[in-house]
Design a protein around this ligand. Structure first.
Ligand code: NDP
Length: 499
């Protein structure tokens, strides 16, 4: 069998600052052998980690968290250097990350410890319990847009659930991953959090390795490749993929609040947010006012430069996607702020386009840049229908003063999360699971579901006394007669339940 590292390539990855193109650092390019060695090291680490128990792991994770917090400024610089995002954005990313690490560390025992469940009338003689056990080693493959928050959404929950982790960061942003591994080595030690740097081939080697589960975050196209590779060993995966998230604005919405959040979700981090705002559906009666307020706010933003609200595009090639979507949108729509001329090299000024054909690429495919399209609708029901009409289903937001309207829309939106009167409102809530439906992926990180995602349920039924009916090979005609009488008694009624 050919080894992946036989493919000719440079044996290093070099990162550059997207702002000025200067070299940031050079890292080893992990080949198949390096990945397999990392997985074996992590397997040994997993044994030690499991032995620490819930209490021990919690204490270690809290110390790890404190070490990150103490050195947050240094980490923010590491994040900014490779992504190009302003230091303030990097600090916010660190704060959100630590909130999840804290929640995972402090809730793992409550969620995952062995607990009694009702065995039911027929099983009165069984003491039934379920406990959640770690998989072993989790392979985490992360993207570059939030190189700390996003992979740590998997790593924190995987570690808290008792697994060791091998982390393959994006080749654009290995810095935060290497920094994390150093902090781990310093505060906890043992090979429990191991980082392997490299490129797509390194990720592929990780998906092919003997890890017990893969947590992938990135594009839908790559998720399909990872899934195909992982299927060779029947390795399960959780896939956090892209989105085409919509904001729905009702006639009774607070338009200032809606405009603030549309600009934050659409333009923040240069639009490179998986659950950011790409489409807006606004009810006709308030459409002009909303567009005016969005344009007013977006036009005040500074892109790139030292005092910027957001930085350049981290991935140079993404600029071409944004240009293509802007040109595509302008075939049917109208630019109300910026246009193709806003795309100056790696830095893109905010672009707002209205009344775009719903079937265009600009409305159906992920743009991942500071472009927001605003389309008018006749009702919030129409907004929901349009919001649901893409292959993606990550998140959505609804702006209205009516709780009933918001609840109805939230129930009808085919997404993994909904924010009401904000965008990304769920991202900082430790208890809320995060993940998509349709081509935005499957499985959940964050919250109790996120802890269980990195665990396997083990059921134990302990017989405490003799059964009511003997179902063994020694059963008598009397026992069988009893079963025949019990079937209609227990299950014959179409209403109610015995359990
Ligand atoms: P990619 O899909 O290009 O890459 C994601 C990761 O997969 C990277 O580490 C990449 O390595 C690695 N990779 C590439 N090829 C393979 C392969 N064949 N096998 C295994 N791993 C591979 O995504 P981006 O990094 O460009 O991130 C942007 C995407 O991520 C957007 O679609 C965004 O919406 C999504 N995203 C989703 C989030 C969510 O939680 N739902 C959160 C954040 C982003 P390398 O970079 O070294 O090539």
């Amino acid at each position: 069998m050919a080894l992946l590292d036989e493919t000719p390539h440079a044996m290093q990855v070099t990162t550059r600052n997207p702002g000025d193109g200067s070299t940031v650092a050079t890292y080893p390019l992990g080949d198949r052998a390096a990945v397999d060695a990392a997985v074996e090291r992590a397997r040994a680490g997993a044994t030690w980690w499991r032995e620490q128990g819930f209490r021990g792991r919690r204490d270690h994770l809290v110390r790890f968290k404190a070490a990150i917090a103490t050195n947050a400024q240094e980490l923010a610089e590491v994040i900014s250097a490779e992504t190009g995002k302003p230091g303030s954005d990097a600090l916010i990313e660190i704060m959100l990350t630590l909130g999840h690490l804290d929640w995972a560390a402090k809730n793992a025992k409550r969620v995952l410890r062995r607990q009694k469940v009702k065995a039911g009338l027929m099983n009165f003689n069984q003491r039934a319990t379920v406990g959640y056990e770690p998989y072993g080693v989790i392979g985490v493959i992360g993207p570059w847009n939030y190189p700390l928050y996003t992979p740590m959404g998997s790593i924190s929950y995987a570690l808290a659930a008792g697994n060791a982790v091998v982390f393959k960061p994006s080749e654009l942003t290995p810095g935060p991953a290497v920094w994390l591994a150093e902090q781990w080595a310093r505060t906890v030690g043992h090979d429990v959090l191991v980082t392997v740097t490299g490129d797509g081939s390194t990720g592929s080697a990780l998906a092919a390795s003997r890890v017990n589960k893969i947590a992938f975050t990135g594009s839908t196209a790559t998720a399909k490749k990872v899934m195909a590779t992982a299927s060779q060993r029947l390795t399960p995966i959780v896939a956090e993929c892209g989105g085409k998230d919509a904001v729905l604005v009702a006639a009774d919405a607070d338009l200032d609040v809606a405009a603030d959040f549309i600009v934050l979700g659409g333009m923040g981090n240069a639009g490179q947010t998986c659950a950011g705002v790409e489409r807006v559906y606004v009810v006709d009666s308030v459409r002009d006012e909303l567009v005016r307020r969005v344009v007013e706010r977006a036009s005040r933003l500074r892109a790139g430069g030292p005092d910027a609200h957001y930085g350049p595009m981290t991935l140079a090639a993404q600029t071409d996607v944004v240009r293509r979507h802007v040109e595509d949108a302008l075939r049917s729509g109208t630019a109300v702020l910026g246009g193709p001329e806003s795309i100056g090299g790696r830095t893109i000024a905010p672009i707002v386009i209205t009344d775009v054909d719903e079937m265009s690429d600009a409305m159906q495919c992920e743009t991942f840049g500071p472009l927001v399209v605003v389309n008018r609708v006749t009702s919030l029901d129409e907004a929901v229908r349009r919001a649901n009409a893409t292959p993606y289903g990550l998140a959505a937001a609804v702006f209205t003063r009516s709780r009933a309207t918001a609840d109805r829309a939230a129930a009808a939106l085919h997404t993994g999360a909904v924010s009401i009167n904000s965008v990304l409102g769920f991202a900082s809530v430790g208890a809320l699971p995060f993940g998509g439906v349709k081509e935005s992926g499957f499985g959940r990180i964050h919250g109790a579901d996120g802890l269980r995602e990195f665990s396997t349920a083990k059921s134990v039924a302990r017989q405490t006394r003799k059964a009511m009916v003997d179902l063994s090979m020694e059963r008598t005609d009397k026992d069988v007669h009893m079963v025949a009488r019990m079937i209609p008694m227990l299950h014959g009624r179409s209403k109610g339940s015995h359990q």
